[in-house]
Design a protein around this ligand. Structure first.
Ligand SMILES: [Zn+2]
Length: 111
């Protein structure tokens, strides 16, 4: 579950907000004074990033693009997740395995 930290612009206290999913809209409220004027903090915690954010950061290779060796996709993605100190999510793992079998990943359905 993603965890975001927000700083209250009214009282300057930090609140931690658990988010149901990466796509949920977050309407944080200050735990300390109830203000809704919250500003998202870049967390110090490396694991605060969720899978979707990591994928966004990675920018998945375009399946129709110039990928010459699908095996490179997997190595690169695995390396990036390692950099974030995360396990490769099972969905992504399956995609990598498929890519290594010579199948390119399907385009993300909701893009
Ligand atoms: Zn506050």
């Amino acid at each position: 579950m993603p965890i975001y930290e927000y700083r209250c612009e009214a009282c300057d206290e930090v609140s931690t907000v658990f988010v149901r999913s990466a796509r949920s809209e977050v309407r944080p409220t200050c735990e300390h004074c109830g203000s809704k004027r919250m500003k998202r903090l870049m967390s110090r915690l490396s694991r605060v990033k969720n899978d979707q954010q990591v994928m966004d950061d990675l920018g998945m290779p375009d399946p129709g693009g110039s990928i010459e060796d699908p095996r490179q996709i997997g190595r690169w993605v695995e390396k990036r997740f390692e950099d974030y100190g995360m396990d490769v999510p099972s969905e992504t793992r399956e995609m990598i395995d498929a890519a290594r079998d010579g199948e390119l990943p399907d385009p993300v359905s909701d893009l």
